[in-house]
Design a protein around this ligand. Structure first.
Ligand code: KG4
Ligand code: ZN
Length: 344
């Protein structure tokens, strides 16, 4: 099946053409980062307007770069949530319009589900696997038993890991979004320079908490106001990143132990982090677990990943119909309960 996938949950307008939920024919991402950087974070109203401007050209570009006409598309997959409601509505309206115009089905897809299944665009992954979803809005551990079958093992009690990166970047005057910038500076810093706390690391749960860590950085900065540049800033970034990675790796190790699962996926924007990627490689090596971290372009928001669950649901007639609403908050385990209730 040739699927056109659309993603507009936050500040990236993205469209992709994917064959059989596996082969990317095109993947176009129009980022609004520059526009929001001026405000130090995503402004929802501006995001919606930018999606409106970009959605048609981005879809056209995806078709053109795949070398296919709209008449070759057999189904549409679109992010239904979680995300910013106004932003989601733009993608959903475009998807519904295309599907209605062409008389083809449209499936609404969960954004986190797309992140967790992104590795399938590179290689098959055996079920069950443990998945750590780390993005600007999520820090969740799931056991993935199949497409549509997700059990939540732990989650952040406050800020998401990406949010912590972005907030700490703001504290030291770095541009939004701060994750990649901190990652870059951390590579020249000493991760042992400042001993920041590792929140909840030894509480015996698979949950996370990052807001206290952000406060620790703030308190440290108040005592060391000169540390906002040069080597001291690099050391601060490296020390903060090390604290985040230690917790992410520690909790993932605990979840691996508890589930006995032999395969691990790390996904979402924060999975681009070089420190986290190498720490997870070390963990997987020590535990003899197979690790899949998609390439950075497939970890950050994109539409190709939407086609993985989208194709699956479209092929099984589980498309949500043409009356898809946006679901700004849509816990992933609800999908599993709903599919089970429907006997699927
Ligand atoms: O998955 P994503 O693109 O969008 C959401 O669904 O949230 O994730 C965006 C988040 C931002 O918080 C950004 O700062 C973070 O991912 N991020 C990183 C890196 N690249 C992006 N965080 C740490 N290190 C990076 N290299
Ligand atoms: Zn995302």
């Amino acid at each position: 099946m040739l699927v056109l996938a659309i993603e507009t949950s936050c500040d990236e307008t993205a469209a992709a053409v994917v064959r059989d939920g596996r082969t990317i024919l095109s993947s176009i991402v129009a980022s609004q980062v520059q526009v929001h950087a001026e405000y130090g974070g995503v402004v929802p109203e501006i995001a919606s307007r930018k999606h409106l401007e970009s959605i048609v050209p981005v879809v056209e570009e995806a078709l053109k770069s795949a070398g296919v006409g709209i008449d070759a598309i057999q189904g549409v997959a679109v992010t239904r949530g979680p995300g910013l409601v106004g932003a989601l509505l733009v993608g959903i309206a475009a998807a519904r319009g295309i599907a209605a115009g062409r008389g083809i089905p449209v499936a609404g897809v969960n954004h986190i589900e797309s992140h967790l299944l992104a590795p399938f665009l590179e290689q098959e992954v055996a079920f069950p696997y443990l998945a750590l979803a780390v993005s600007g809005g999520h820090t969740h551990l799931y056991r993935v038993d199949g497409i549509g079958s997700y059990a939540i093992l732990g989650q952040t009690q406050d800020d998401a890991a990406g949010e912590a990166f972005d907030k700490v970047a703001k504290l030291v005057g770095l541009p939004y979004p701060g994750g990649a910038v901190i990652d870059g500076l951390a590579s020249s810093g000493d991760p042992a320079a400042i001993r920041f706390p590792r929140p909840l690391l030894h509480d015996g749960s698979c949950n996370f908490s990052f807001s206290g860590l952000k406060t620790s950085v703030l308190t440290w900065l108040q005592k060391n106001p000169e540390a906002k540049s040069g080597q001291e800033l690099n050391d601060l970034c490296a020390s903060f990143q090390a604290a985040v990675c230690d917790v992410l790796v520690g909790k993932t190790a605990l979840a691996l132990e508890r589930t006995g699962v032999r395969s691990l996926v790390v996904a979402g924007g924060v999975a681009c982090n070089s420190g986290l990627r190498s720490a997870m490689e070390r963990l997987a090596g020590q535990r003899g677990v197979t690790l899949h971290i998609p390439k950075p372009a497939l970890c950050a928001d994109n539409a190709a990943m939407v086609a993985v669950p989208g194709d699956y649901y479209l092929c099984r007639g589980l498309a949500g119909g043409r009356d898809l609403d946006a679901l700004p908050s849509w816990p992933l385990d609800r999908i599993t309960r709903e599919l089970a209730a429907a006997g699927l």
